[in-house]
Design a protein around this ligand. Structure first.
Ligand SMILES: Cc1cc2nc3c(=O)[nH]c(=O)nc-3n(C[C@H](O)[C@H](O)[C@H](O)COP(=O)(O)OP(=O)(O)OC[C@H]3O[C@@H](n4cnc5c(N)ncnc54)[C@H](O)[C@@H]3O)c2cc1C
Length: 477
């Protein structure tokens, strides 16, 4: 009688976009024959939304056009077709920019991912456990996971997809952390509701989350002054005025030094300008060739790049939707929004107000100012991700995980296998999504996150095939 071997179990911790995309591609590549149980642990009700796409704020839009966001690398129009099929933009008068490109609300993208995953959930090919994982430990050659209630699950492979930790409150704000109008995590639903219409608001940080906050305040009828500060005082950039192909070749002979790469980028910017193109085309080329560029740089050069150009990279590479840019432009034009390169030197409560001394970055002068509310938008603290959740800290202490030396997330090798304290791979433990970007390079925007999820799904399948003497996965379907 043939023996019936139980299916191996793949546990995915975190069912935001990365975890959901990986589950979907694992299930899809298995076709009709199930080779493994795919279990996603995610406390949120819906898989696929995560931090970015679970917002219900109407002003929170995807920051690239819909036809550039897809669950399938070989089918970039998939989301755009979903929008047509479901008429999802019928009620959203502001969804289109003046050139016919759609920038739906982020929740709509979350609904698309959930809809694509739904058949796999109803067939049982993907299982969703609505729990937060509180422990992951080795159990012989397998893994033991525990949720907060103490329930234990055994898995053959584990993928960590817990990308965005809660933003950390800057230490300079510690003296006012209990003030009712200090918003430490602006991504929490209703976080801005404490801010009054006429409140003077200090926004700490000036990236995409700051743009979300300023639009969210506008939507609530806020009319008070807003000061947004960041290290360099740069503001989020919009998209190119016209469609442009990426410009520049940085990958056929990739640079091995950060300074050489930056020189080439500057030259490409000049050449692009001479051809009537904007900087967007060059940055798009760097981004699309990002993984080859990154792999060619030794660790010290990667770190140099992160240290010296990350703020510039972030504002040029992550762009805001035209609708969002219009709100910011108007707020700046009317003087309601000011942007400054400054640090917080000191803070104190003064009655119900918050007294802040700002240090100008260039002149080092000190300016005391009073605000009614402070909103932190410095973004998720990826560098400190291993201390953001006790189970990750314990995995690090057990030598299973280590911080990426670039400061960008969790260390892993080129198979996306986590690297332990001794630098050796923790076999069967994978990192999926933006936390792996220190190894893989640009890995935050959807196209790269999607490709990476497909890649890690294949790595997990290979690992199971190599280690469990299982039949190879059917990749044909
Ligand atoms: C606000 C914001 C807006 C963005 N907008 C865009 C955009 O418009 N276009 C674009 O291309 N990219 C955008 N991005 C980039 C974005 O990072 C990726 O697109 C993608 O959302 C990353 O998803 P993720 O699943 O890796 O991470 P996350 O969204 O952080 O998902 C991680 C999930 O893990 C779960 N989790 C955490 N801990 C545990 C635990 N212990 N047990 C179980 N589950 C756990 C969380 O509940 C969460 O759902 C945006 C990013 C942010 C932060």
């Amino acid at each position: 009688m043939p023996s019936i071997r139980p299916l191996p179990v793949i546990a995915i911790v975190g069912g935001g976009f990365s975890g959901a995309a990986m589950a979907l591609h694992l299930a899809k590549s298995s076709g009709t024959v199930r080779h493994a149980r795919i279990v996603v642990f995610e406390p949120r009700e819906r898989l696929g939304a995560g931090l970015a796409y679970s917002t219900t704020e109407a002003t929170h839009r995807i920051n690239v056009p819909a036809n550039k966001m897809s669950l399938y690398p070989d089918d970039p129009e998939s989301f755009a077709r979903y929008l047509d099929r479901t008429n999802a933009l019928a009620e959203d008068a502001d969804a289109y920019d003046g050139k016919g490109s759609a920038y739906p609300q982020r929740a709509v993208f979350g609904a698309y991912v959930a809809a694509e995953l739904a058949p796999y959930l109803s067939s049982g090919a993907v299982e969703h456990r609505r729990v937060a994982i509180a422990a992951v430990e080795r159990s012989g050659s397998r893994w033991s996971l525990q949720d907060a209630s103490g329930a234990t699950y055994i898995a053959d492979a584990v993928a960590l997809a817990v990308s965005h930790p809660m933003p950390a409150l800057p230490s300079s704000l510690a003296p006012i952390r209990l003030h009712p109008k200090v918003v430490g995590d602006a991504t929490k639903p209703g976080a801005l509701d404490v801010i009054g219409t006429g409140d003077r608001v200090l926004v700490v940080g000036n990236g995409l989350t700051a743009a979300d906050v300023i639009c969210g305040l506008q939507e609530r009828g806020h009319e008070g002054p807003i000061l947004s500060i960041s290290r360099r005082g740069m503001r989020s950039q919009g998209h190119a005025p016209t469609v442009q192909e990426p410009f520049g070749d940085f990958s056929s002979k990739p640079s091995h030094r950060a300074s050489h790469l930056l020189r080439r980028v500057r030259l490409a910017l000049k050449a692009a300008e001479a051809e009537g193109l904007t900087w967007h085309a060059v940055i798009d080329a760097v981004r699309s060739q990002g993984q080859v560029i990154w792999h060619s740089l030794p660790l010290a050069e990667r770190r140099r790049l992160v240290r010296s150009v990350r703020p510039y990279w972030d504002v040029h590479r992550f762009r805001i939707a035209p609708q969002v840019k219009a709100v910011l432009d108007e707020a700046i034009a009317t003087g309601r929004l000011q942007i400054r390169a400054a640090y917080i030197d000191a803070v104190a409560e003064r009655g119900s107000a918050i007294s802040v001394t700002l240090r100008d970055r260039r002149r080092q002068t000190l300016t005391p100012m009073d605000f009614d509310a402070v909103v932190v938008t410095t973004g998720p603290a990826h560098g400190g991700v291993l201390s953001s959740q006790p189970f990750l800290a314990r995995m690090q202490a057990a030598g299973l995980l280590s911080a990426c030396p670039t400061g960008l997330g969790i260390a892993c090798d080129l198979r996306a296998t986590a690297l332990g304290a001794d630098g050796r791979p923790s076999e069967g433990l994978f990192i999926v999504g933006p936390l792996a970007r220190g190894t893989f390079g640009e890995l935050m925007g959807l196209p790269q996150v999607t490709e990476h999820a497909v890649f890690v799904a294949a790595q997990v399948q290979q690992f199971l095939a190599d280690n469990q003497e299982l039949p190879a996965f059917d990749r044909a379907s």
